[in-house]
Every structure is written in C-alpha cells, then in structure tokens.
Design a protein around this ligand. Structure first.
Ligand code: GRE
Ligand code: ZN
Length: 327
C-alpha cells in the first residue's frame, strides 16, 4: 500500500539514546544507535522504499520518564522536543512529532504540551509509562488525582496521548527474576502498559473527560485480547466485590476512548481481533522502527489478509482523520 501513515516511529537524542542499548547485542547496537539518532536521511529513504508517506516521530523509552531529577526531566524533554521540531519543520510533508513530556511535574507537563502543540505544531504526546519522581522507586501513574488538570488540558487541546511501554518498576519485577528475556518487548512492556491503561479507565478518568483519546501500541498491549474478562470482572453491577464504579463499562470505554496501533506486532490474526473488538476505524498503522524493521512491518501489513477498504483505513485514513492531515 502506498502513502501509509506510521505512528510509533522512534528517534533519540544524545542524552537519551543509551536507554535503548540493553535491547541490542554489541553487533546490532551501532546500527540501531545510528538509526535512532538519524531523524531524516536514512529514515526518509526507508519510508520511500516502504510506501510510508508520513511518520510521526517520538523519543525512545524510557528517556524522560526515568529521570528522577524533575528539573532535568523538564530540560531533557524541552531539548528533545526542540531538536525534533527542527527536523520536522525541514520535512513538514513527511514528518510529524509527538511531544516528550516531563510528567514528573504535572504543571510542567501541561506547559510543555501546550508549547509543543501550539508553538511547535506537534500532533500530540507520547509518554513512556509511569514517571520516577525524586527517587527511582517512586513510580507515579497518571490515574492519580494530581494529573487531572493535565488530562483536562489534553482534552482541551484535542490531541491524542500515546501511552508507550517501559519496563515495570524494579520493585514489581520479582516474577521476572531468573528470566530476563521476559522483560522488555517479549512480555513485560505489554503487561506494564496494559496495566497503566486499565488504571486510567478504572480511575473514572474517561467519565470525567469523555473526549480524551489514548493510543496504545502493540495492538493494545494485551488489553484487547482480555477486554471481555476485564470488563466482566471490573463491572460494579451484580455481585462482584472487586468491581469499580466507573459510569461506562471498561469495554465501552476501551471502544470509545482508545485507538490501537500495529507497532511491533505484525500478526494478522491479532490485528483482525483488534478490528473486531474496536472497529477498523480504531486501528492504526505503526512500525516501531528502529526497534523493529520498517520493511518487515510494511511487507506484512501490505499483504495481510484484510479487505482493501480496511487496509486504507488502518494504513492511512484513520490517522489522517485523527491528526487532521490531508487525505
Ligand atoms: C520501544 O518500542 O520503545 C522498544 C524498546 C526496546 C525494545 C523494543 C521496542 O524501547 O519496541
Ligand atoms: Zn515503541
């Protein structure tokens, strides 16, 4: 398919690039590092070869979210957003941007989001899970009350919030001990990110702010496959002592407030499941480059067994609609 729009496409700055090193062996790392630091040249050539017309770029993970010194988090986010803005403004027809945000300080996150969207023309924000505030074990999730003014601003600015993976807090990793392969993209990223998404729903955030849009990568970070069971047991109706009092059921909220992307999950059965659960207008194309191969993502997507109208929706039209791009 030509003219695809891709939404989870990462870059790094010199300050954040080393956060991604642990996922690659010594042989692969120099190339990945180069690709993360390259915002335009190699990336644009690959996009041309793969039929991607437009990519929305975001910082690598966990980057800003793992900086315990809040002032430094604010500075690193600002510098990354400025560097990204400079590149994107050189190729406005090909590249867009998601803002990195210093969520350690909700007021600073509002200020940076506002600046990014209204002054730099960014399309929304991409945040790498919980933020560590003052000390590494202080993992802070965004369902907490101090983030409500932040969410009000996201809703007011009418931009999507992409909740992107990071590993669980160290204190929550005992189940992974002896199995380091389960950390990262093989399992822990999705468990952690799905948990965070469910915390947002269960907190009543979307009852309070019904026009919020949250995007999850990796075809919904396991929430999609488990949504009936989660919704069933989380429902306060009936006799369930573990239900939570949200106005909408989890399943309705997931369908109304969330989109999922194909980033790093090139599996037609799983994509079709997401299309069935959410509707084909809530599934979006993404690759997760350079953590995954752009070529593999596109070869898979272009030939996947879905209808051509759905391919156009997922590959381009839905994103064009959400981000106000020319279709
Ligand atoms: C990511 O998307 O951020 C990512 C990593 C590390 C490995 C794989 C991956 O940060 O998709
Ligand atoms: Zn990613």
């Amino acid at each position: 398919m030509k003219n695809k729009i891709a939404l989870e496409e990462h870059f790094a700055t010199a300050e954040t690039v080393n956060d991604s090193q642990e996922y690659f062996g010594a042989e692969a790392w120099p190339e990945r590092r180069r690709q993360l630091l390259d915002l335009a040249s190699e990336r644009l050539n690959k996009m041309d070869a793969c039929g991607i017309a437009y990519s929305i770029l975001s910082l690598n993970s966990p980057a800003v979210q793992s900086i315990t010194d809040t002032n430094r988090a604010i500075q690193v986010a600002r510098r990354a957003n400025d560097a990204l803005a400079e590149q994107v403004s050189a190729y406005p027809d090909r590249l867009g941007a998601f803002a990195a945000l210093p969520m350690q300080d909700p007021d600073a996150a509002v200020t940076e989001l506002r600046r990014a969207v209204t002054e730099l023309g960014f399309k929304g924000a991409l945040v790498n899970g919980f933020s560590q505030i003052d000390k590494p074990e202080n993992a802070t999730y965004y369902d907490l009350p101090q983030y409500r003014p932040f969410w009000a601003e996201v809703e007011r600015l009418h931009v999507p919030f992409y909740l992107h993976p990071r590993n669980p807090p160290t204190s929550q990793q005992s189940g992974y001990h002896g199995h380091p392969w389960l950390l990262g993209p093989a399992w822990a990223f999705s468990m952690e990110t799905g948990l965070h998404a469910l915390r947002l729903i269960g907190s009543g955030l979307f009852d309070e702010h019904p026009h919020l849009t949250v995007i999850l990568g990796h075809l919904g970070e396991l929430v999609t496959t488990n949504i009936w069971r989660t919704s069933h047991w989380a429902s306060p109706q009936g006799k369930n002592p573990m239900g939570v009092a949200t106005e909408q059921s989890f399943i309705d909220c997931f369908r109304r407030n969330f989109y999922v992307t194909t980033s790093g999950d090139f599996r037609t059965i799983a994509m079709r499941n997401a299309m069935e659960e959410l509707g084909a207008d809530r599934v979006l194309f993404a690759t997760d480059y350079p953590f995954e191969s752009m070529e593999e993502a596109c070869t898979w997507f272009d030939a996947s067994e879905i209808g051509e109208r759905d391919r156009e929706r997922i590959g381009r039209q839905n994103a064009a609609r959400i981000f106000g791009l020319r279709d």
